[in-house]
Design a protein around this ligand. Structure first.
Ligand SMILES: [Zn+2]
Length: 66
């Protein structure tokens, strides 16, 4: 997985209150698109930071190679 990670202090997980991390996706499906996910590896909390690309609008695609 090629991604960059940035810690955001005021961005805590709504499920487990752990630190959430902003990453940038570099998959073919979502190139350069940022998303926030929980730093707790057992937690599934996940949100796109930026709106979907025009060619791919399915925000439920968590398994698309992030
Ligand atoms: Zn969490």
């Amino acid at each position: 997985m090629k991604s960059t990670a940035t810690t955001v202090n005021d961005n805590l997980c709504i499920l487990c209150n752990s630190q959430r991390i902003i990453r940038t996706s570099w998959t073919d499906a979502n190139p350069g698109r940022r998303f926030a996910s929980c730093s707790n590896s057992k937690c599934t909390e996940f949100n796109w930071v930026e709106p979907p690309m025009c060619r791919k609008g399915d925000v439920r695609g968590q398994d698309e190679g992030i």
